[in-house]
Design a protein around this ligand. Structure first.
Ligand SMILES: NC(=O)c1ccc[n+]([C@@H]2O[C@H](COP(=O)([O-])OP(=O)(O)OC[C@H]3O[C@@H](n4cnc5c(N)ncnc54)[C@H](OP(=O)(O)O)[C@@H]3O)[C@@H](O)[C@H]2O)c1
Length: 259
C-alpha cells in the first residue's frame, strides 16, 4: 500500500532501539526521509543500517538526549522542514510512588509530557505552512489502566494526552493530525528489563516471568516492534488524515473493555 508520504521529512525521537526504531524503519520503507535519535551512537548506526535496508534515502542521525533543549535544537537543525513527528522517549523506571522525590517527578514529567509538547510547538509552523502534518505520541496502555510502579510514567503520559486534545482539534483543519499510540506489552529491551525486575521481586526466573506476562495478554504473546511500526506508519500516511485526537491501543486485547 502506498502511504503517500514518500519524500516527507520525519523526525522519530528515541529511535535507536525498540518501538521508536520500528517506527523509523516503517516510515523509511514508506519513502519518508527519516531522522533518528538516541544517546548511543553504535545503536544509532545499527538502526540507520536497518532503515537503509528498508529503503531509506539518507537517514540522518542525531545523537542527543531528546529531553534537553540542545537535543531538540539538534533534531530541528537536522530536519528543519519536519512533516512527521514521532514523539518517543525513555520512561521513568519502575518505582514505588512513595519513593519518588520532587526531582524524580519533575524529570518524569519533562521526559513524557514537556518534551513532546515542546517539539510539537517547534514543528508546527512548517506543518501549517505546508498544510500537512502527522504527529504521533508514543504513550502507553498505562494511560488507561494502572500498572503498579509506573505511576509517574502513566501520569505524565495521561497529562500529555489531555493537553494535546484541544490543540489537536484546533489544528485539524490544516490537515495536521495528532494521535497517541498506546502500546501494551512489546518485546523490546524495556520490556525485558521490567520483566527482569519483576522476576527478581517474585523470586522466579526471567523466562518464567516472561511466560506469565505473555499469557496475561488475551493474544497470548507480546507484540512485535514491527507490528507497532506498521501502525505508526499508517497513522502518518496521507490516508489517515481523518484520524486525529485519538488514543489508539495496540495491546493484543490487554486492556479489558467492551467499548
Ligand atoms: N515495550 C513496551 O512494552 C512498552 C509498553 C508501554 C509503553 N512503552 C513506552 O514506549 C516507549 C518506547 O519503549 P521501548 O520498549 O521501545 O523502549 P526501549 O527498547 O528501551 O528503547 C528506548 C529507546 O529510546 C532511546 N532513548 C531513551 N532515552 C532517551 C533520551 N533521553 N534521548 C534520546 N533517546 C532516548 C533509547 O536509546 P538510548 O538509550 O541509546 O538513548 C532507545 O532507542 C517508552 O517510553 C516506553 O516506556 C513501552
Amino acid at each position: 500500500m502506498d502511504l503517500g508520504i514518500a519524500g516527507k521529512n520525519a523526525i522519530v525521537c528515541a529511535s535507536s532501539r525498540g518501538l521508536g526504531r520500528a517506527c523509523a524503519i516503517s516510515l523509511a520503507a514508506a519513502g519518508a526521509h527519516v531522522t533518528i535519535n538516541g544517546r548511543n551512537l553504535e545503536k544509532l548506526k545499527e538502526a540507520a543500517d536497518l532503515c537503509n535496508a528498508a529503503g531509506a534515502h539518507g537517514v540522518k542521525i542525531v545523537q542527543a538526549d531528546v529531553s534537553t533543549r540542545e537535543g531538540q535544537d539538534a533534531l530541528l537543525e537536522a530536519t528543519p522542514q519536519c512533516d512527521i513527528l514521532v514523539n518517543n522517549n525513555g520512561g521513568p523506571p519502575l518505582k514505588d510512588f512513595r519513593e519518588l522525590d520532587r526531582e524524580a517527578i519533575i524529570d518524569g514529567v519533562v521526559m513524557n509530557m514537556v518534551t513532546p509538547i515542546e517539539l510539537i510547538q517547534r514543528v508546527l509552523p512548517n506543518m501549517e505552512k505546508n498544510s500537512f502534518g502527522r504527529i504521533l505520541n508514543i504513550t502507553s496502555v498505562s494511560v488507561k489502566m494502572p500498572i503498579l510502579g509506573l505511576d509517574l510514567s502513566s501520569g505524565a503520559r495521561a497529562a500529555l494526552t489531555a493537553f494535546m486534545a484541544g490543540p489537536a482539534r484546533s489544528i485539524a483543519g490544516n490537515n495536521i493530525t495528532v494521535n497517541c499510540i498506546l502500546p501494551g506489552m512489546f518485546d523490546t529491551d524495556r520490556l525485558k528489563s521490567s520483566t527482569a525486575t519483576q522476576a527478581r521481586l517474585r523470586g522466579v526466573s526471567e523466562e518464567e516471568m516472561a511466560e506469565t506476562r505473555a499469557s496475561s495478554v488475551p493474544a497470548k504473546r507480546f507484540g512485535t516492534a514491527e507490528e507497532f511500526g506498521e501502525l505508526a506508519a499508517f497513522l502518518c500516511s496521507a490516508q489517515a488524515g481523518y484520524i486525529t485526537g485519538q488514543s489508539i491501543l495496540i495491546d493484543g486485547g490487554l486492556f479489558n473493555t467492551s467499548i
